[in-house]
Design a protein around this ligand. Structure first.
Ligand code: DQA
Length: 146
């Protein structure tokens, strides 16, 4: 089983960007921890980050062709992107949305998520551990579905 772990804009700066909100772990640390957990769970992961909306959409299309699961932190596109929602609506597998920070404790514009209209589950405010929680959930959903 393959799981795409997709990261949106500015997450390449994780660890350096507003560490009081997002913590001091880098995206490379998150990738490494996800890879360790994935091998324990017996799944393969493809960990990707882009600042470009179209690239994220292309990866969702690829995940569709691969019959994969998707863990996605769309970052700011969460709150703006109908195009990412549409791509996810064209995808049949399990989707878990992750936010490192608790978006509901923050500015009102972060309270609405287009992606949540499609996500099977949402994890927010659990720090970078949220990615590992999401990966576990994708694996359970995959096992339930088979
Ligand atoms: C985020 C929350 C978003 O509102 C923000 O734009 C991000 C990161 C999070 O992981 O907490 O870039 O998705």
């Amino acid at each position: 089983k393959l799981v795409y772990i997709l990261n949106g804009p500015n997450l390449n700066l994780l660890g350096k960007r507003q560490p009081h909100i997002y913590g001091s772990e880098t995206l490379a640390d998150v990738e490494r921890d996800c890879a360790t957990l994935a091998s324990e769970l017996g799944v393969e992961t493809r960990f990707l980050q882009s600042n470009a909306e179209g690239q994220i959409i292309d990866w969702i299309h690829q995940a569709r062709e691969d019959g994969a699961g998707i863990v996605i932190n769309p970052a700011a596109y969460t709150h703006t992107s109908v195009a990412i929602l549409d791509a996810l609506n064209a995808f049949d597998g399990p989707v878990i949305e992750v936010h490192i920070s608790n978006v509901h404790k923050r500015e009102a514009f972060r309270h609405h998520s287009y992606v949540s209209l499609r996500a099977d589950g949402v994890i927010a405010g659990c720090g970078t551990e949220g990615y590992r929680l999401a990966l576990r959930r994708i694996v359970s959903l995959t096992r339930e579905g088979t």
